[in-house]
Design a protein around this ligand. Structure first.
Ligand code: GCU
Length: 709
């Protein structure tokens, strides 16, 4: 291993303040190349089963890592013209023979990209792919590849509201900001192993930023005491290229914790100097402690959070006011579009576009179109509702052509089985990223590149700055995610954030090789288990496009009969079960939500005969006796789907049992226990939903065939 100048270019600011918790097995590094070197020492040593020495010079059979700036050797071995196309984050890995010396060179233009290349190289070795004759280069398609970490509220890796117990003492949030009393030793700036494990996991995937607190934000994270701790965390993560942001509450300036520097409610005017200066002061404090601080994530006028509308302004006014406050500091505002104010429209799905679309279309005094500022990203969930197991793509993708837009995917499995069910989300994300928006250009013709992924990577509509956000599933577990298979979702998110054109199966196979085994039988079996798991979950929870049948208490189990004070939180609002049929009519004769899509999709979804059956009830109220493509009537098909979903989970359990000889005893038993709970809970979804629908369909449960209940 040759890593020149690994000790130069220290990236810590507060090195002296940081210390590892007693008994740590991780260690702090101060530079990114030191991190790369240590990964190689640890990774190669472990994978090859013998220590691999770190050397100077140019020994035979070396792995050389660096940039032309850090390393004269890299400068000599790799022509500058080969590095230029890699940009800031891309890397190349090359086998070379020079002067009789064989080597593998991992080179990039930045230290961070050299670290990314290092991880990619280790991944190859761990997956037992050939490492002779290498000539690889890889450049990410999206600039900002971030996680949003939502601490305890929805931390399904860390606590398990379904009550089935957890693995490995995983309870608790990963970052510990508030520890007091007896556990004060855990408080930052003491660095816990798990922070570095998380940083290494993120860097291994190219994730380059994290918003560390819940979107329903507590203003504590803006106080001086918190900033001091955040600075320590930022220092520990910085060598791994993971930058920090925080979620904020729009009304934070009124919070007494900032007294005497507080504003009144009336002073939250996004155009006022008072409001902007307040945010500039906070951003300056953050930047003084964390020079590479990214900016703020904002959930405003959504689910009870305050926002500019409280003062009669719109989302554009609010986002731009905050953006102006932080622009001089080079920061960005990630403004979420997850809004569904009931006054806007009776159909919840229509509300976000009705609020944001006109701002994107607005002519500006300077002759341009679209009011959102350059340093604003709108952060939009993949679907128009809320992280359901299957949704059509959000119509905002393609429709907001004058605005920077980040896609937000949920890695933590809020509606997809939480910490109990095995549900690999790669296929869900692949489906949305590769779905066709049928977006047209100003000339009315279809764009050449118009998949959701093209919109996100900027190539559809010519956006230079691009972002993707995953709502993360870190917890306190040894493996960060609790359920061993939940880790595959973090892995898949990172791989797709780097290159959304990858396919979910390939990512699954890689993950199995890295996580379980390289044996063909194991790779084939586990990848097959994973690949069908999301479709099975859709089948036993919300088949054929019936949305959001989750009980409100935990979003884990079913409650199709539930009627809440807010109708748009109620399963009955979505299923609209009656004696005629099931599903929400969003066709032109219904809510006409379909009109928010480009014409090809509007026509396809708007017609019950052409809508894909897997989205049927998202757009139509379907008669119980409607003939389906299988030839079965809708009612029979529905019951059949629930049953196939449950059968798949039974198969998962059997398939796993067959892996016992190939998997270590501890992980085998832990997954086995999860699968048993999963199977029981899938059965309960089927029985609860079919039993409830039956009261409306008045039809018998089919009794013939292998899938009869
Ligand atoms: C979901 C989730 C909330 C979260 C919200 C959001 O509704 O249940 O916990 O705050 O999404 O995305 O803002």
């Amino acid at each position: 291993i040759v890593v020149e100048n690994a000790g130069a270019a220290k990236v810590h600011r507060h090195t002296a303040n940081l210390s590892m918790a007693p008994g740590s097995t991780e260690h702090l590094v101060e530079t990114t190349l030191e991190a790369a070197r240590d990964e190689l020492v640890r990774g190669l040593g472990g994978l090859l089963g013998r220590p691999v020495p770190v050397r100077d010079g140019f020994p035979d059979r070396a792995v050389v890592v660096g940039t032309p700036d850090s390393s004269p050797l890299v400068r000599r071995l790799v022509p500058a013209r080969d590095l230029a196309p890699l940009g800031r984050d891309g890397y190349l890995i090359r086998s070379l023979t020079r002067g009789g010396h064989r080597s593998i060179v991992i080179a990039a233009t930045t230290d961070l990209a050299a670290l990314y290349g290092t991880f990619a190289f280790l991944r190859r070795i761990q997956a037992q792919q050939p490492v002779s004759e290498l000539d690889i280069s890889s450049v990410p398609r999206i600039n900002h590849r971030y996680l949003n970490y939502w601490e305890t509220e929805r931390l399904y890796a860390g606590n398990n509201p379904a009550g089935t117990g957890g693995l490995n003492g995983e309870n608790g949030a990963i970052f510990d900001f508030t520890a007091t009393g007896a556990s004060a030793a855990l408080n930052l700036p003491v660095i816990l192993d798990r922070y570095l494990v998380a940083a290494r996991a993120m860097a291994s995937l190219g994730i380059n930023g994290i918003t560390i607190n819940n979107v329903n934000a507590n203003s504590f994270y803006l106080t001086p005491a918190a900033i001091e701790q955040e600075a320590a965390l930022a220092d520990a993560l910085r060598p791994y290229g993971v930058r920090l942001a925080v979620s904020i509450n729009y009304a934070a300036p009124t919070d007494a914790r900032f007294a005497p520097d507080t504003l009144t409610r009336e002073e939250l005017d996004p155009y006022s100097a008072k409001f902007r200066d307040w945010w500039t002061r906070r951003a300056r404090q953050l930047q003084a402690a964390i020079p590479d601080f990214m900016g703020f994530t904002v959930k405003a006028n959504s689910e009870g959070q305050p926002g500019p509308q409280d003062l009669g302004y719109d989302h554009g006014d609010g986002a731009n006011g905050m953006a102006a406050a932080v622009a001089p500091l080079g920061m960005r505002i990630f403004w979420r579009t997850f809004v569904y104010n009931a006054d806007v429209d009776a159909d919840r799905l229509k509300r976000a576009y009705l609020e944001f679309g006109p701002i994107d279309e607005e002519p500006q005094p300077d002759g341009t179109t679209g009011r959102f500022a350059e340093n604003v990203f709108l952060q939009t969930k993949n679907g128009p509702l809320d992280y359901q197991p299957r949704e059509p793509a959000n119509p905002l993708f393609g429709r907001m052509e004058h605005t920077n837009q980040a896609i937000e995917l949920q890695v933590t499995q809020e509606y997809t089985g939480q910490n109990t069910m095995l549900c690999y989300l790669g296929p869900l994300w692949e489906e949305v990223l590769k779905s066709d928006t049928y977006a047209t250009g100003p000339d009315g013709r279809l764009l050449a590149r118009r998949l959701v992924g093209h919109v996100v990577d900027g190539s559809a509509q010519g956006h230079p700055d691009t972002a993707i956000v995953g709502v993360a599933n870190f917890g306190n577990a040894d493996n960060l995610t609790g359920h061993h298979f939940a880790q595959a979702n973090l892995y898949a998110f990172g791989r797709l954030a780097w290159d959304w054109t990858l396919d979910a199966r390939g990512i699954a196979e890689d993950w199995v090789r890295l996580t379980w085994s390289n044996r063909d039988f194991v790779v084939r079996t586990i990848a097959a288990m994973m690949m069908g798991s999301r479709e099975a979950l859709v089948s036993y929870q919300t088949p054929l496009g019936v949305a959001h049948q989750f009980r409100s208490s935990d979003h884990y189990g079913p409650n199709p009969a539930e009627r809440l004070a807010r109708d748009d939180w109620s399963p009955v609002y979505y299923n609209k079960a009656d004696t005629a049929g099931l599903g929400y009519d969003r066709s032109p004769t219904g809510s006409n939500f379909v009109a928010q899509y480009f014409p090809v999709l509007a026509a396809r979804y708007g017609d019950i005969d052409t809508v894909p059956e897997n989205l049927l009830m998202w757009f139509h109220h379907v008669p119980w006796d409607r003939k389906m493509r299988t030839g079965r009537i809708f009612w029979d098909e529905l019951v059949y789907r629930y049953q196939t979903g449950v059968h798949y989970v039974s198969w998962l359990r059997q398939a796993w049992d067959a892996l016992e000889p190939h998997v270590d005893a501890r992980r085998f038993a832990e997954v086995k226990a999860k699968l048993a709970a999963h199977e029981a809970d899938a059965g309960s979804w089927r029985d609860t939903c079919v039993g409830y629908w039956r009261q409306f369909s008045g039809r018998a449960i089919p009794t013939d065939g292998p899938l009869s209940l």
